[in-house]
Design a protein around this ligand. Structure first.
Ligand code: 5GP
Length: 185
């Protein structure tokens, strides 16, 4: 392997299926997937250190002040951030890295690492997104409307990404995403 790995940043509204796509990439060993820190409470079944590094707000803000995050943002009332050191060490080792993060964070990465490849996953329609969010059954009604509100703002940023992909069918979205990554390597 020669040189640094590639950094792929994947964003899209909550419920669009980006988590599923990222775990398919992980299973295919297409790249190393960064584990983010968050102040959000774990959902049932989520494991600390695997799904997220769950932190309280004070520790999170300390780490942010110390420059410990490559990017971080507030989303839907909670803080989320990408630990800088693990991403750096994987890139240094020549491995490709995937960040699954929201739009504000992705644009921070664009500023600090212009060589990053930014991919936006969009739903076939807003109605379909709402149906998927409700179907998931993990969020309260209030959280669902916050996320739908955030989705509208996020969709306005899709033109700032290098590649936009519609997740209509998960298998074809996965193939398309892998094809894009291959081409950028
Ligand atoms: P969830 O609460 O559904 O797990 O995540 C909410 C949003 O935060 C999603 O859009 C997810 O991609 C984003 N997110 C997860 N980790 C990070 C991170 O490290 N940084 C940023 N900026 N967003 C993140």
């Amino acid at each position: 392997m020669s040189g640094r790995g590639n950094l792929f940043v994947i964003s899209g509204p909550s419920g669009v299926g980006k988590g599923t796509l990222v775990s398919m990439l992980k299973d295919a060993e297409a790249a190393w997937v960064s584990v983010s820190a968050t102040t959000r409470h774990p959902r049932p079944g989520e494991v600390d250190g695997v799904d997220y590094l769950f932190m309280d707000k004070q520790d999170f803000l300390h780490k942010a002040d110390d420059g410990g995050f490559l990017e971080w943002a507030e989303y839907s009332g909670n803080c989320y951030g990408t630990p800088r050191d693990t991403v750096e060490s994987h890139l240094e080792a020549g491995e490709d890295v995937i960040l699954e993060i929201e739009v504000q964070g992705a644009l921070q990465v664009r500023g600090s690492m212009p060589e990053a490849h930014l991919v936006f996953i969009e739903p076939p329609s807003m109605e379909e997104l709402e149906a998927r969010l409700r179907g998931r059954g993990t969020e309260s009604e209030e959280a669902i409307s916050k996320r739908l509100q955030a989705a509208k703002v996020e969709m306005d940023s899709k033109m700032k990404y290098d590649y936009v992909l519609v997740n209509d069918d998960i298998e074809s979205a996965f193939e398309e995403l892998r094809g894009y990554m291959e081409q950028e390597r």
